[in-house]
Design a protein around this ligand. Structure first.
Ligand code: AMP
Ligand code: GLY
Length: 424
């Protein structure tokens, strides 16, 4: 049976999902809301925002959408899946209660405690002065986190007491992230290497994706401010077989079981961020969606039919294994000047076609648009393009991605030159 599919979102992650989705022989028509100039090559962009829950539900019903795949967390947290379910529309994405794993650090911490999922020691504070006294008494290092969603900016890793107290003022006194910072989690600082794991799940069964290593800081060598991710590698040579299996058992299985036990069955993509410490892997955070740019490398490595896998998760029937190609995928993000604080857009982009002539390379659009007057492709966001490459070895994938970048140009283009350099 052929299917009409709607992808929700408009960044590099969603372009990668669209690229893979159109390879399904079962796809009839693809829509992307709102999409970007890259996704327009694969389907019809629909001018609806991911947060327009009513608009998306009405659209899916009116256009006989057989499956909707959600990219970002906001529509999940706002309850898009229950609206779809009320109308009998299949959707790949967590319910709003299950999205609490990402939207509430306190919920996630309590669940991990109850389920025996390894994570950092922590305390929860709702009162400014109690938190202040605790920091003064405990000392540093420690990590202070806003309970709610804060666009990736609500986590403060503090090695000085003044930094910790300042973080507290930012979150609880100045309320820079509004109600997201009214409750804070203060936790032990974990030392080690970070890795992302992702699992497709139908709530009961799950299939692990290859581990991935994100590169979060803006500049080479872990310098500069944190970003949404400047590049990623999968699989990760230093985190293979036994570590991955232990993470599956101790983290993914226990989390899914505990969610079911609480009546919050989790369906979709579960993405725990881990710190691999001397005492094993511990969860730093949960996400209830594909990472961006992790999805870009996953779609390059996925051998199975994305439509079939996501449909099976949505329907509660993930009974077939999910297959992956051998080899490695690398993604290097090309960012606009001013990213992450205040990206400057409007610069013409050239060279994508030549970049894609390098073997194994596909370029996904993250923040681009068409200039309505000149018809040119221009920058329109912080992360502009995701340059991906596959290769038999990590070194081959890296060198292909960087060779491709040599052909791309926009004003003051910024990218890290060390994606994959610390992954051995
Ligand atoms: P989160 O949004 O909770 O993943 O935090 C963002 C980043 O802060 C992580 O990717 C880590 O680099 C860092 N981080 C968070 N929690 C801790 C922790 N307990 N110890 C060390 N680093 C942490
Ligand atoms: N790459 C990090 C994230 O998507 O949260």
């Amino acid at each position: 049976m052929s299917s009409n599919v709607l992808i929700v979102g408009g960044g590099g992650r969603e372009h990668a999902l669209a690229w893979k989705m159109v390879q399904s022989p079962r796809l009839r028509k693809l829509f992307i809301a709102p999409g970007n100039p890259g996704t327009a090559e694969f389907g019809e962009n629909v001018s609806l925002l991911p947060t327009d829950l009513q608009g998306l539900t009405d659209f899916a019903e009116a256009n006989q959408i057989d499956l909707t795949v959600v990219g970002p967390e906001d529509p999940l947290a706002a309850g898009l899946t229950s609206r779809f379910h009320q109308r009998g529309l299949p959707i790949f994405g967590s319910s709003c209660t299950a999205a609490s794993l990402e939207c509430s650090k306190v919920f996630a911490k309590h669940l991990m405690d109850a389920a025996g999922v390894p994570t950092a020691q922590y305390r929860v504070f709702r009162d400014f002065w109690s938190a202040w006294d605790y920091i003064c008494a405990t000392g540093v290092p420690l990590v202070i986190k806003a309970n709610g969603l804060a666009a990736g900016k609500g986590v403060f890793v503090c090695r000085e007491i003044t930094e910790a107290l300042r973080a507290l003022v930012i979150l609880m006194r100045d309320r820079v992230f509004g109600s997201a910072g009214d409750t804070v989690v203060i936790e032990e600082l974990l030392e080690g290497r970070e890795v992302s794991i992702h699992a497709f799940t139908d709530g009961l069964r799950y299939c692990l994706m290859p581990p991935a290593q994100d590169h979060k800081t803006l500049s080479d060598g872990g310098r500069g401010p944190n970003t949404g991710g400047m590049g990623v590698v999968a699989p990760v040579p230093w985190f293979s077989g036994p570590e991955n299996e232990a993470a599956a058992r101790q983290i993914v299985e226990r989390t899914l079981e505990s969610m079911r036990y609480r009546g919050y069955e989790f369906r979709g993509c579960l993405y725990p961020g881990l710190m691999v410490t001397a005492n094993g892997s511990k969860v730093l955070e949960y996400n209830v969606r594909f990472g961006d740019p992790e999805a870009q490398v996953y779609m390059r490595l996925l051998r199975s039919d994305l439509l079939e896998v996501t449909e099976a998760c949505a329907a509660g029937g993930l009974t077939q294994p999910v297959d992956w190609y051998d080899g490695f995928a690398v993604c290097v993000v090309l960012a606009a000047p001013g990213y992450p604080e205040k990206p400057i857009g409007g610069s013409p982009i050239d060279g994508i076609e030549r970049a894609e002539s390098v073997p194994g390379v596909v370029v996904f659009h993250s923040g681009t648009k068409i200039n309505q007057i000149t018809g040119e492709l221009i920058t329109a966001g912080g992360r502009v393009l995701s340059v991906t490459a596959i290769g038999a070895t990590l070194a081959e994938a890296q060198s292909r991605a960087y060779r491709a970048i040599g052909f791309i140009h926009f004003e003051e283009m910024h990218f890290r030159r060390d994606i994959g350099a610390y992954c051995q």
